[in-house]
Design a protein around this ligand. Sequence first.
Ligand code: 5GP
Length: 187
Amino acid sequence: MNTIKIDKYTFAEFISADKIAQRISELGEQITTDYKDKTPIVIGVLNGSVIFFSDLIREIKCDVEIDFLRISSYEKAMESSGVIKVHKDLNSEIEGRHIIIVEDIVDSGLSVRFLKAKLEKSNPASLKVASLLLKPTEAQIDFPIDYTGFEIPPAFVIGYGLDYNQKFRNLKSIYSLVLDENGKEES
Ligand code: 5GP
């Protein structure tokens, strides 16, 4: 098993770089079909989505514009603070435009719910969400994630944009925290 030790934790490779690339190509095809003859603004949610975002937009074969938002909800390494702060807002006018929000992961669903409500106030023509990862047992949202890469169990993951204390975003694969038979983090 391909594992990494970080502090006292063990992370094991969970989704390989090849599998990620394959799935993103499928998502790109789906988005290309859905937005044929339109020019959506694809909005990356910094920092976590940056790698997924850059791979995804290159798999979309219609015109796109891009913009970024930066929000934060995680103050500690592995748990959400529950409070969302906007650190960088959009530069584009989104009224009447087709918008695709690109997230790295939907966990509690708090961030994506906050973002949807925020952008809907500006009356876009349409608003969809793409997320590379979805933790279905945790997500408390009453709307669909329109483009989902992978549904995963609720373990903490890193790599391919996702961090542990701001590091390890540059891993090419996604790694998952290994738990022992008692559900505790394995050390
Ligand atoms: P939510 O608001 O849905 O609980 O969480 C959204 C944000 O929390 C994500 O955009 C991501 O930055 C962070 N997050 C949630 N789960 C994980 C995880 O398993 N690993 C990492 N590195 N970040 C996560």
